[in-house]
Design a protein around this ligand. Structure first.
Ligand SMILES: N#Cc1c(-c2ccc3ccn(Cc4cccnc4)c3c2)n[nH]c1N
Length: 250
């Protein structure tokens, strides 16, 4: 997967060189390219913003540099397989299901804006050339879209074949599809490691029993318990077929 990120703060995306995503890029699974939006400006001050039409606070990002950037990165006629992602507080929720959908694309272009956002006409013009997703990572207000891009690239990148090692798997992710069984659709339950006793606190004996069926049952019970406590909305949304008889007996 090729990922292009256009921003006025390229240094904000430095974390993508680290850890899981950095290793995936080094392995060639991801081809991540970060671009400075001002590359596509032509005035002496490399202007990317202007005052909002109709008045109001702040500044709005001009459509021209974004359009030139998009056209430079995705020349007309080469849009097949490319999706434009625009982080915005007014977008539809970015969820695990959205991440799974984006993971099927061959090319993602991210447009993290600043100020009050990008002139609407850029999104409208882009949508005539390729699918555009306006996405929000949560119900809080950030100062720009770069943090959202870090979140989205990690959530999507980890789903690509070869990114997670054999020891880890996205199969049982929280928020995954409950219908796939396992913990999918539920929050993660508690995790423990050695020592068996720490601070006078014991690891639950079942985890030391070696009985994998009983351990799996205990873990599912704990996942259900945590989900009911922290995210009852997810319980309501679970596919009934994904709940087995013992779950229903809880
Ligand atoms: N995804 C996402 C986001 C953002 C977000 C994303 C892009 C931009 C670009 C500019 N701003 C600042 C801004 C603009 C308009 C009103 N209020 C604030 C952004 C915020 N905030 N919260 C989220 N969950």
């Amino acid at each position: 997967m090729r990922i292009d990120i256009v921003t006025i703060f390229p240094e904000y995306l430095a974390p993508l060189d680290v850890s899981l995503i950095g290793k995936a890029a080094a392995a060639g699974i991801l081809d991540i390219r970060v671009h400075e939006l001002r590359t596509w400006t032509h005035d002496r001050h490399n202007t990317v913003d202007d005052s909002p039409c109709g008045g109001g606070p702040g500044m709005v990002m001009k459509p021209e540099p974004w359009w030139e950037a998009l056209t430079g990165l995705v020349p007309p006629g080469t849009e097949a397989g490319t999706r434009l992602i625009v982080p915005t507080p007014s977008g539809r929720p970015f969820t695990q299901r959205v991440a799974e959908d984006l993971a099927t694309a061959s090319h993602l272009v991210f447009a993290p804006a600043r100020y009050e956002g990008i002139d609407r006409r850029f999104v409208e013009a882009a949508a005539e050339r390729m699918p555009v997703e306006e996405l929000s990572i949560g119900d809080y207000v950030l100062a720009g879209g770069e943090v959202a891009v870090l979140v989205m690239v990690e959530a999507v990148g980890r789903l690509l074949p070869g990114v997670l090692g054999n020891a880890e798997s996205a199969k049982d992710d929280s928020f995954g599809h409950a219908s796939e069984g396992g913990m999918a659709g539920l929050l993660e339950g508690p995790v423990y490691t050695k020592p068996a006793t720490w601070d006078g606190r014991e690891v639950p004996p079942v985890l030391l029993s070696g009985n994998h069926a009983v351990i799996a049952r205990w873990r599912r019970d704990e996942a259900l318990r945590r989900t009911a406590a922290m995210r009852p909305d997810l319980i309501e949304g679970l596919d009934p077929d994904a709940l087995d008889k013992k779950d229903r007996a809880r």
